[in-house]
Design a protein around this ligand. Structure first.
Ligand code: CA
Length: 228
């Protein structure tokens, strides 16, 4: 069942929308403010967000920018007017589609289906990442190093995938806390350091003699194939 998060402050629209989407088979949650919606989007990881632009605390466009910093979740904007300049801003900021109020549930649902279809088709079913002798089968969650399977914890695996997707680039600890631990705010660098040291051990290397995991002091860490 697809999870939909509605961020909408209007006390008449919100319950109506929740009910009609539930009747159509969606699991629905809602938030009446931008900040509450943002934290729900981060914590509950919905499949789709319906975002009102006129919110009491933070402008919907800002909510979207903050959300985009941590998530690729499809977002449909609900706007009061189709010539609303903030609507253009929202689309530029990464909204996937929009509906203009008043809209019917049928219109909205058509947009939901289209946006989710696009999101699904962009996920490739099988992805394999190769960095030197490291081979990561993302879907099967299996990793081999020089043909030997590694026994990684779920977190170590996620960490490795994240670094392998950006192989050769320095990734900051803040970015890792956001993308691997889903702590966009707060969280401790220590957590990252500890997991990196475990991962390093499983890769058969040490901080003083790194091969794949290179620490860039004061910045972050880089995964790269060792020099032959
Ligand atoms: Ca509103």
């Amino acid at each position: 069942m697809a999870q939909v998060l509605i961020i909408e402050d209007d006390d008449r629209i919100r319950p109506l929308l929740m009910r009609s989407l539930r009747e159509r088979g969606y699991a629905v949650s809602s938030a009446p403010t931008g900040m509450a919606g943002l934290s729900m989007a981060v914590d509950h990881r919905p499949d789709l967000v319906i975002l009102d632009l006129g919110l009491p605390d933070v402008d919907g466009t800002q909510v979207l920018s903050m959300l985009r910093a941590v998530s690729d979740v499809p977002v449909i904007i609900a706007s009061a007017r189709d010539d609303d300049p903030s609507l253009v801003k929202a689309l530029d900021a990464g909204a996937d589609d929009y509906v203009v109020k008043p809209y019917t549930t049928a219109q909205l649902e058509a947009r939901i289906r289209a946006v989710m279809r696009r999101a699904d088709s962009s996920k490739s079913p099988r992805r394999s990442l190769v960095v030197g002798g490291l081979e990561i089968d993302v879907a099967a969650r299996r990793t081999t190093l020089d043909g030997v399977e590694l026994d990684l914890s779920p977190r170590e695996f996620d960490l490795l995938v994240h670094l392998a997707e950006r192989a050769g680039d320095v990734v900051t600890k803040r970015e890792l806390l956001t993308d691997v631990w889903h702590q966009a705010w707060g969280g401790s660098d220590k957590t990252v350091d500890v997991h990196l040291s475990w991962l390093r051990r499983k890769l058969g290397e040490s901080a003083s003699q790194p091969r794949y995991l290179i620490t860039v002091r004061g910045v972050g860490v880089r995964l790269a194939a060792p020099d032959p």
